[in-house]
Structure formats: C-alpha cells, structure tokens
Design a protein around this ligand. Structure first.
Ligand code: NOJ
Ligand code: CA
Length: 668
C-alpha cells in the first residue's frame, strides 16, 4: 500500500492489464470520474457526491486530499457456483475528498479497476455535522455515457407496479426514462457495458434516471416518507459497478460483482445444497390445481407423496409444495395478512410427507408466500423456520407478491406504511429472512426479490431468486415471454446472479400452439438448453410429471444435467440474438453445453477446445429437428450421439426460438 497526502487535481487508476483507465478529478471543486477503455472514452466526466436532510452536502467545494493505492491478486473459492475458483485481481485507489470550506467535512471514494470493469463506493466517516442519525436525500452519482448516440440498450423500467417482471426493451438511449440495473448497452464500436451495483446492504437500491441525453443519475428507491436512506454516522454505500467488455460474451465471463462482495460470513455451509427439484406448482399456474383448498387443491398429502415418488425415481433432490398452509382461500394477492406459516390445510400432513420423503431420500422444499405483508411474516418467521427445520426441510421458497410500492409494513407506532420491494426497508427485510434462515440451516430462494448484487458470496444460503419474468409468464402473462427473452436475460438480469427461472416445460399445447396463446414461445430443445444457459444452483423441472413421462427420452437431459459447476464459459452470443454456454460439472469430468436463439433460426459453429485435451467424449446431443420451429412444430427433437475431442468443431443448427443441449460424457 502506498499513500501520499499531496494535494492532487487528478488521479489515474489502471486495470491490471492496462485496458481500463479511470481518471478521478476535482476540477471546478466537483469530484468526478471518467473512464477510458482501450483508449476510447466510455464514461465522460461524471459527478460524485451526496446530499443529506440535516447536514451540508458532499458535493461542490471539495478537493482531493489524500490518495491511497493498493493492488490485489488472489484466488478464493465459491462453496457452490458457476465456477469453483475465482480470481480477484484489481488495482485500487482510495481517495479522500475534503471540503475547502472547512477542513472537517470529508468523504472517501474507493475505486477498484479490474480487467472486466470497475467498482467504486463511498465511505463517509463520522465527522462534524454527521455524528449520529443520517438521512440521505440525494445520491449525486452520475454515469455520463460517452459516445452513446448510436448505442443500443436492453432495459426494464424502474418503479413500476410489476417490480422487475417486464419484457426487456431494446432501444436507443433516447427512449429511456428510468431503468433498473443491471442496465446493459452496446456502443457502436461493439464495446458492451453494464451498470449495476454490488453488496447492496442497508441501503436503497440504485435505479438510473436519464436526466439529459446520455446522462444517467443514481436514483435511489425511496422510503414511504420520501427519505432515500436512513443510516448512522460512519457508513459505506454499496459498490457502483460498470462492467466493460470488447464484446457481449465478455460480460458473461465476469466475476466483478462477486469480487466486490464480502467473503462468506456463515462459516461451514455444507448444509447448503445445490440440486434439482420438481413440485406442486405448474398445475396452479395453468389452472389445473389451486393453491386454495377444495376439489382442485394441489398441496395434498397424497399428491405430495406422488411427486416424491417421481422425484425419487428420477433422482431429484426436492419437491416444492405451494398452497399447503392456511391463507390461500382468500384474496391473497396484495393481502398477505391472511397467511399462517405454521398451520397447514387439513389435507396436508407436514409430518407424514416429510417422513415419507426421508425414507425416499427426497426433501420437502418449503414455501412461504407473504403477499407483501412483511410484518405478518416477520412475526411468525422464527417459529415457521423452526417448524420446517424440525421436519428436515433445507430450503424455502419465499414470495412477495404485491404491486411495486405496495409492500405492507407496520411501523413502530403501529401505523401501516407502504414500501417498495427495492427500497432500503425491504433490502434489510430480505436479508433478515436469509440470516434468520441460516440459524436453522435453511437456504432461501426469494421470489419477487430485491435484485441480486452478489450477496450469495457473503450468505451462501441465499441460494437463488427470481427477479425477472420467469417461466410462469408463459402460463398466464400478457404477452408470454417472447422468443428473445432468454437470449437477453443472461446479458442483463443474470449478470447479477442466479435466477430461479424454472425451465423445462414439455407440454406447450396446454392452451394451443401458435403464437396467439399462452405457452412457452420456444422449441422443446430450447427448454433443455435453458438448464445450461440460465445459471442457478437450484433448477426446477417445472412441468407436470405426466408430461415428462410422455417424453422420457428428452427428459433424460434434465435427469443428467448438474446444477453445480467447476467452471463455466460463455463461448458465443449477442445480446437478444443468441447465446452459448459450456459448463464443466463440479464432481466428475463431463461437460455440458447449452445454446439458444431468438425468433431467428441460425447456424453456429462451436470449437470444442474447452474439453480436456487428449480425452474422448461421447456427445449426447439434443437438438431441433429439421422441421422444428417454435410456433407450430416445437416438439421436433433429434437425440443423437457423436464421439468428439477437444480438437473438433460442432455445427449447431438452431430452429426459430430453438436450442441445443449437449452432455459431453467423458469416456475413460
Ligand atoms: C410468485 C412466484 O414467482 C410463483 O412461483 C409462485 O407460484 C406464486 N408467487 C405464489 O406464491
Ligand atoms: Ca413471480
């Protein structure tokens, strides 16, 4: 570490390979930063700082006072993940800005430059005027996108009723108002960037507001009383991140977000188990069953046992059961006070099903839908987790179905307040459920979550989350997910972390084929490819067992595919067009490949140089048949075998909204 207290006007920070250059200035007394990538300006001077309710702002009239440099090159391990070993290689500069008006007001911005992007965060020490409770009313951070008149962006709107569950828009920057992150865009030069944040703890989520053409400003999601962040003297913000890559695929192979999170705080997490599951779920979404009690009730003891039999037979670890507890009989949408988390319906016997599961070696996966009544959930949380733990449940799917801005909380005075899913209150609430669950050795899969920011590194029992349009939209969404959806997700939502998308719908005809009905707008082969393309340590086989039994040959891929990886490589792709991933299983020598395309059929040639040198593999290929096309002929699937080595190439022919899934079985 080197330190200098010389007043400087401009500080430079280079990424380890020298391609990214960050310049931090205090010209005009306004701290700002700018970024060059391969000598091209990608971020023009962009302001830093913040404002408070009852204190002088950290904005104008500041100068660089102290500069501390550091460099890191280490490796660390993920207990589960898309890879086991992660390199953290970066250069850092921590800059203290001091107010010229007096010498007491100061704050620090810590910048890190990696080869795949940059991160920076504010660290505001306790100081005169900022001694106790602090309310942030404005974060001034800007992202002034350079050279972006001809950029293309992929985005979803922020502060909408449907949270993160929108179809992605592909537009020029000029069509953007306020967006969620990860916010991904491509310059005319082909350089791809994605703005997001890492380690979002005890702070409001950052959305981006376009204030002037190309000038995006941090727009923190407020509390119900309008304050953005309530904190205490001596605080740190989450990291503001910008991934930068010469091409689209480079975004996918980045560890930036994880590297900016704190190491595991839970110690031994061998009780966190990646794996596959089935469940009493899709039946409700297509109207065959109900969450509510009655004739069509899905979550019965006998139905659960039937699913457990199916899971045991095909090697699935868990069975998710939704609609088991009291509360589903009323108008539960946006109305979660109805829910009881320790009381089951009469036709569901928690002990009987978990005893049955134990003898079949299948776990029950718990389910807690809160419908956004988080005070109701919190009151019952520790009893509910203890109950599940007592019955051997190791994973709970939670849900926060409520319109954006309509999360119900009861404050200290007993008054009902309505909050956003991504405001500071909920940021803390979601994490609270994860840390409470950890005490019971339970992992959490959050639906209607706060966006992922890499906290799975710190809390490995936060095993997955939703946070985008998932498969369920194909059952009832208007419109269902378009063919390009899963060709956009890896480059946007998935940059943040694993998603519980719930792939694997085999019966696409439940409402009729064609493009006018609700159905997955994909081929069957593409449903298989999703297991490799959309990374998650837990993957559901989402369809009804009978639909798998009807196509056991295709189902074999889902039976075989693992969910935990030694290494992952994105090998080809363009945002919104197509994407190809290869992944190496954690325990064993097999590789898997998933390729998928948007509404356009295409041919892709793939080098197999990711395979181990000198080994022969049996490629078990699940591909679109010659006549496959998603609208009227999605089921045309060819399964074939080929012997291949690392020196071979494979030509993949993808149908309209089609895909290819391959298991490369290592031969001795
Ligand atoms: C929304 C979740 O995303 C979905 O998977 C679940 O079935 C419903 N909420 C009910 O909890
Ligand atoms: Ca949902």
């Amino acid at each position: 570490m080197t330190s200098s207290s010389l007043a400087a006007k401009s500080v430079q920070l280079l990424s380890p390979n020298g391609e990214i250059k960050l310049l931090i200035n205090d010209d005009d007394s306004r701290p700002n930063y700018q970024i060059e990538f391969s000598q091209q300006k990608v971020i023009a001077p962009s302001q830093l700082g913040m404002e408070f309710k009852n204190a002088e702002s950290l904005s104008e009239g500041f100068e660089i006072k102290e500069v501390v440099r550091n460099s890191v090159d280490t490796w660390w391990q993920l207990p589960w993940g898309e890879r086991q070993d992660v390199q953290d290689k970066h250069n850092e500069v921590a800059i203290t800005f001091a107010a010229k008006r007096n010498s007491t007001n100061r704050y620090l911005v810590r910048f890190r430059a990696f080869d795949d992007g940059i991160g920076f965060r504010y660290e505001v020490p306790k100081q005169q005027g900022l001694l106790a409770d602090i309310e942030i009313t404005n974060e001034l951070t800007q992202f002034s996108l350079a050279d972006a008149e001809q950029a293309t962006a992929w985005w979803i709107p922020a502060r909408g009723w449907n949270r993160y569950e929108y179809t992605y828009r592909t537009t020029a920057l000029s069509d953007i108002d306020r967006v969620h992150t990860p916010f991904t865009y491509k310059l005319k030069s082909g350089v791809h960037l994605s703005i997001h944040e890492a380690a979002l703890v005890d702070y409001a989520a950052m959305t981006l507001d376009q204030r002037r053409p190309g000038l995006f400003k941090a727009d923190l999601t407020p509390w119900s009383d309008g304050v953005l962040v309530k904190t205490k003297a001596g605080f740190k913000t989450p990291w503001r991140t910008i991934q930068i890559s010469k091409d689209a695929v480079g975004l996918l192979n980045s560890n930036l977000i994880l590297n900016l999170n704190e190491p595991n705080k839970l110690g031994d997490v061998s009780w966190v188990e990646p794996g596959k599951y089935v469940g009493i779920w899709w039946g409700m979404h297509v109207g065959e069953n109900t969450w509510a009690s009655g004739k069509k009730h899905g979550a019965t003891t006998s139905e659960t046992k039937r699913y457990m039999d199916f899971a045991a037979k095909y090697g699935f670890q868990g069975v998710l059961v939704e609609g088991w507890n009291i509360g589903w009989d009323g108008e539960w949408f946006n109305n979660g006070d109805l829910f009881h988390f320790s009381d089951s319906f009469d036709d569901f016997d928690l002990k009987a099903v978990t005893d049955y599961g134990k003898h079949k070696n299948v776990q029950l996966i718990g389910h807690h839908e809160t419908s956004g009544s988080v005070s109701n959930y919190r009151d019952q949380m520790s009893d509910a987790y203890a109950l599940y733990q007592q019955h051997g449940v190791k994973q709970i799917k939670t849900g926060y179905v409520a319109d954006g801005g309509n999360i119900k909380r009861i404050d200290e005075g007993g008054i009902v307040r309505k909050e956003w899913h991504d405001g500071q209150f909920m940021v803390a609430e979601y994490l609270h459920s994860v840390t409470e669950a950890a005490k019971h050795k339970i992992s959490i899969n959050t639906h209607e979550p706060i966006k992922a920011t890499g906290l799975r590194r710190t809390y490995p029992n936060w095993i997955a989350r939703e946070g985008a349009r998932g498969q369920e939209f194909n059952a009832w969404g208007t419109p269902p997910n378009p063919p390009e959806h899963t060709a956009i997700l890896p480059f946007t939502r998935l940059l943040a972390g694993p998603m519980d998308f719930t792939p694997g719908i085999f019966d696409m005809s439940f409402n009729g084929l064609g493009d006018k009905s609700n159905r997955p707008q994909t081929t069957l082969a593409k449903q298989l490819a999703l297991y490799v393309v959309l990374y998650s340590p837990i993957q559901m086989a989402a369809d009804l067992p009978r639909n798998y039994v009807a196509k056991l040959d295709a189902f074999q891929f889902i039976v075989d595919v693992p969910t935990d990886w030694q290494e992952s490589k994105a090998i080809a792709g363009e945002v919104g067009d197509y994407v190809v991933f290869a992944r190496h299983e954690r325990e064993g020598d097999d590789w898997y490949l998933g390729a998928l395309t948007d509404e356009n059929a295409r041919n892709i040639t793939i080098k197999l140089d990711f395979l181990a040198e000198g080994k022969t593999y049996q490629a078990q290929i699940y591909r679109d048949g010659e006549k496959a096309e998603w609208k009227h002929n999605p089921y045309d699937l060819v399964i074939e075998e080929k012997s291949v080595t690392a020196n071979d190439e494979l030509s993949l022919r993808l149908a309209t909204s089609g895909g290819t899934a391959i298991r490369f079985k290592a031969l001795k």
